[in-house]
Design a protein around this ligand. Structure first.
Ligand code: TGC
Ligand code: FAD
Length: 392
């Protein structure tokens, strides 16, 4: 399948719900993905050589911080636009969407919401342009699903803070110019800090040997008595609620993004089923394969409706974190199931880089774990409907 033949499913005429501006944004990001990502992504993943040069190109194409006001270098767009951008990026590869999620929702968003005017002016325009790359450090080696028990600490010392601890599984860690780091202060309150590359005692080694998100940089953040100037503390971020608010924004983007990966897997499997013959018949004529394709399209359509409504609610400020959890959980599982089924339809060829399906499938194994695991999001819904927290 060439990039230009891709035909995303729109069974319920969802396009009629989009404005001309939405369609224009989607089409420009789709063109960008066809031009910059599709030609290189299979090789980058096979070789585990992340295309880090795309950060700057994404910035030049207005992909970062779409919901951040233009005053700070963003595009001032609505949340449906943000979702559509993520959907197109993840059709290219979850690694590309990951980089954009981190930059927009996990670095620009906290600086915009919790930062001082000076921090916003210093960092947001350059992050928007892709001149600076950011990463987000919440997870620790011994605290993934329970970030509230983090051990990374800051203590006051004169006109600065001293930061000690470590973060693990951090997207873009070793290539980041700044790290948005979450640490507890001496009173045990979670605070947000901007840690800059080159600060003494700060290192960011890369994690190797991944089978998933091979076109994305993942690594550690290690802090050994790092001296952090007071001006790098986000004044308005206090408590675990602050990083979790960033996650709501990123999880929302993922719920849209994975529809792009699922749509490409479905489209690829459908085309293959209408070209590949066995027993003198196209495999798409067999009931078993039609069942797979029909169920894929049904699930994609349901996922599209879910995020569209969530986006409308988010535009009106009526969405809840629990609604976002439901959409992230449902849509990632939907995409992973579709990738697995699509891989089967393509048979042995499905395990090669001739088709994008196995790459998407392996990527989605990370997406179902990061930003809150499949189990944690279910427990968040369980908590919301019963009032009883089951994860402690
Ligand atoms: P809990 O006591 O429930 O909550 C602590 C405080 O936070 C509030 N809260 C939220 N606020 C905003 N949004 C949310 N989603 C919130 N969830 C909870 C809560 O009301 C409370 O506020 P307050 O004022 O009363 O103090 O916290 P807990 O310790 O029981 O933990 C539960 C929780 C929610 C943290 C856990 O269920 C969870 O979400 N774990 C998942 C951790 C996670 O998602 N980590 C992601 C790391 S970043 C990442 O993966 C990036 S991947 C990037 C990429 O490449 O795309
Ligand atoms: P654990 O929390 O140890 O969970 C292991 C298993 O136990 C899971 O199946 C989980 O669902 C289950 N479990 C845990 N608690 C409960 C419970 N109470 N009840 C029932 N089951 C439970 N983090 C960042 O901060 N920044 C990043 O940029 C970032 N990027 C990432 C990139 C990649 C490629 C990956 C894989 C991860 C990334 N993460 C990042 C980390 C990610 O958010 C964590 O992996 C995730 O939150 C889960 O934590 P964990 O891996 O420690 O699993």
């Amino acid at each position: 399948m060439t990039a230009s033949t891709y035909k995303p499913p729109d069974y319920y005429l969802m396009d009629e719900l989009l404005s001309d501006e939405h369609k224009m944004i989607r089409s420009s990001v789709r063109d960008w993905v066809n031009r910059e990502v599709k030609p290189i992504i299979e090789e980058a993943s096979q070789l585990n050589e992340p295309p880090t040069h795309l950060m700057e190109t994404m910035g030049e194409n207005g992909i970062f911080g779409p919901f951040i006001p233009e005053k700070y270098g963003g595009a001032g767009l609505d949340y449906i636009s943000y979702g559509l951008i993520m959907q197109e990026l993840e059709r290219g590869d979850s690694a590309i969407r990951s980089a954009a999620s981190v930059q927009s929702s996990l670095v620009m968003f906290p600086i915009y919401i919790f930062g001082s005017d000076a921090q916003k002016a210093q960092f947001l325009p350059r992050l928007a342009k892709g001149e600076l790359t950011g990463c987000f450090g919440l997870t620790e080696p011994n605290h993934g699903s329970d970030p509230g028990n983090m051990i990374t600490r800051i203590r006051e010392k004169g006109d600065h803070f001293i930061l000690d601890g470590a973060k693990l599984w951090i997207t873009n860690s070793s290539i980041a110019d700044i790290a948005m780091v979450w640490a507890k202060d001496e009173k045990g309150v979670v605070r947000g800090l901007i840690v800059e590359k080159g600060m003494e005692g700060f290192s960011a080694p890369e994690t190797h040997d991944k089978w998933s998100l091979r076109a994305s940089v993942t690594g550690e953040l290690v802090f050994d008595g790092v001296k952090i100037p007071r001006k790098n503390l986000l004044p308005k971020a206090k408590g675990l609620r602050s990083p979790l608010m960033c996650l709501n924004s990123a999880r929302y983007g993922i719920a849209w993004g994975v529809i792009g990966a699922a749509s490409e897997c479905y489209d690829t499997a459908l085309r293959y089923s209408l070209q590949r013959k066995q027993f003198d018949r196209f495999i798409g004529s067999f009931q078993l394969q039609q069942k797979k394709l029909a169920e894929m399209l049904t699930e994609i359509t349901k996922a599209q409706l879910l995020v569209w409504r969530l986006g409308e609610l988010k535009n009106q400020g009526k969405e809840t974190a629990q609604m976002v959890s439901m959409a992230k959980r449902n849509n990632v599982k939907m995409a992973l199931d579709i990738a697995r089924e699509a891989r089967q339809i393509i048979g042995a060829m499905g395990i090669t880089s001739n088709y994008p399906v196995m790459r998407h499938m392996m990527n989605l194994e990370s997406v179902i774990t990061y930003e809150g695991t499949h189990d944690i999001h279910l427990l968040i819904t369980g908590h919301d409907i019963t009032g009883i927290q089951a994860f402690k």
